[in-house]
Ligand binder design. Structure first.
Ligand code: FES
Length: 161
């Protein structure tokens, strides 16, 4: 083997390795959303009888993007408003301004944000303060006596359109 042939093969090998190192993450980035099962997974947040019509209640579900060291952080809270037998609203707990957790006050029928005074009506629409819009809502469905949400798809403006 000549010196030229050896260097050509070495350069080819290094280029192939570099292409592999760049290509694998790119392929993963392109195709991962298509096989991302957690994103489209429906997750139960409770039995239907746990929610009373006309009331709003805190519920939690386990984040489908769970990693072993998450522990308590894996529990994602959300506010569930049962309007009637089959109609619900499931709100993200995060304020639409900068994401602080909002709290429900049944006495005043308002959600209030402790950070900058954002206020929302019972239907999640904006009442006052800095939030530019109402609370974000999860997609939900009723299945086998359970209320389920798409927990892998955190509600955003994009989801609500
Ligand atoms: S984060 Fe809620 S009002 Fe600013």
């Amino acid at each position: 083997m000549t010196r030229r042939t050896l260097l050509n093969r070495l350069a080819l090998g290094i280029n192939a390795l570099a292409a592999l190192l760049v290509g694998v993450p790119l392929v993963g980035f392109v195709f991962a959303p298509a096989v991302d099962k957690a994103k489209n997974k429906w997750i139960s947040i409770g039995k239907l009888e746990e929610f009373t019509a006309g009331q709003t209640k805190l519920a939690t579900y386990i984040n489908p993007y769970l990693v072993p060291w998450d522990n308590e952080v894996a529990k994602v809270p959300c506010w569930v408003r049962r309007i009637d037998e089959t109609t619900f609203q499931v709100f993200a707990i995060n304020c639409a301004h900068l994401g602080c957790p909002v709290k429900w006050f049944a006495e005043s029928q308002l959600f209030m944000c402790p950070c900058h005074g954002g206020v929302y009506y019972a239907d999640g629409s904006r009442a006052s303060g800095p939030p530019p819009r109402g609370l974000f809502e999860y997609q939900y469905r009723l299945e086998n006596g359970h209320l389920e949400v798409r927990g892998g798809r955190l509600p955003t403006i994009q989801e609500s359109v």
